[in-house]
Ligand binder design. Structure first.
Ligand SMILES: [Zn+2]
Length: 208
C-alpha cells in the first residue's frame, strides 16, 4: 500500500450540488450523466492518477491499459453500504481492476465503527490518507527491503492484507518482476544469466 499525501480537491460549487442529492439516490447517480457527477469523477481520476503516480493504492503495482491493471475509482467505504459517502473525495482512491474487482474488495465492509461524519469513523482497513501505512503494513522476507512480499504488522494491517489479498502470490510475483526490471539498468548481469532470468520471468507470465 501507499500512504497518499492528499485526496482530490473538488470545486465547492460542484460539491454543493452533489451534497444536495438525497443519500439513498447517490450510488445510482454515480453512474449517471449529471454534469456535477461527471466533473467529480473526472477530478477523482485525473488528480488521483497524479497523486498516486500511476500506481494502485492497494497493491502498489503500476496502473495500465489492459486486464487486471486497468484504472478504477475505488470507494474505500463501499457506496452500496455507505451511500452517504459516495461523493466524498476522501473516500476515493485509484486502484487496479484486480484490487477493485469482484475477486477482492468489491463490497467488503471496511468500517469498524460508523459515526455521523466520515472523519470520525473507525476503519477496519488501513486508510490510505489518514493512516501511517508503514505502521500497519511492511514488506518482508528480504534483507534489502525490496517491495515484494507484504505482511501486516498491526490488527489493521493484518485485516487489510487478508481482505485485500495483498499477499496474493501472483501480485508478489508481479512486484518481484517490477523490481527486477527497475534494477536491470543498474545491475547489469552477464548476458547468459540475464537471458536465464528473462526466460524464467516469461515462464511466470505463462503461469499467470
Ligand atoms: Zn491493485
Amino acid at each position: 500500500m501507499i500512504k497518499l499525501p492528499r485526496w482530490a480537491s473538488i470545486d465547492p460549487e460542484v460539491q454543493k450540488k452533489l451534497d444536495a442529492i438525497s443519500v439513498d439516490l447517490r450510488p445510482k447517480r454515480w453512474y449517471g450523466r449529471a454534469k456535477a457527477v461527471v466533473n467529480f469523477k473526472d477530478e477523482i481520476l485525473i488528480q488521483g492518477r497524479l497523486i498516486q503516480q500511476e500506481r494502485c493504492a492497494w497493491c502498489t503495482l503500476p496502473l495500465g491499459a489492459e486486464g487486471r491493471r486497468t484504472v478504477h475509482r475505488d470507494h474505500i467505504a463501499p457506496s452500496s453500504l455507505y451511500p452517504q459517502w459516495t461523493f466524498v473525495a476522501k473516500n476515493l482512491v485509484i486502484s487496479c481492476e484486480y484490487c477493485n474487482g469482484l475477486a477482492v474488495k468489491s463490497d467488503i465492509d471496511t468500517i469498524k465503527e460508523l459515526k455521523h461524519t466520515y472523519d470520525d469513523c473507525e476503519f477496519h482497513i488501513v486508510h490510505p490518507y489518514d493512516d501511517e501505512v508503514e505502521l500497519h503494513i511492511q514488506f518482508d522476507n528480504d534483507r534489502d527491503q525490496l517491495p515484494v512480499v507484504i505482511k501486516g504488522i498491526s490488527p489493521k494491517g493484518l485485516w487489510t492484507v487478508r481482505n485485500m489479498k495483498l499477499d496474493d502470490a501472483g501480485l508478489a510475483r508481479e512486484r518481484a518482476k517490477e523490481v527486477f526490471y527497475e534494477q536491470r539498468g543498474q545491475l547489469r548481469l552477464p548476458a547468459q544469466e540475464e537471458d536465464l532470468i528473462v526466460s524464467a520471468l516469461d515462464a511466470m507470465n505463462v503461469a499467470l
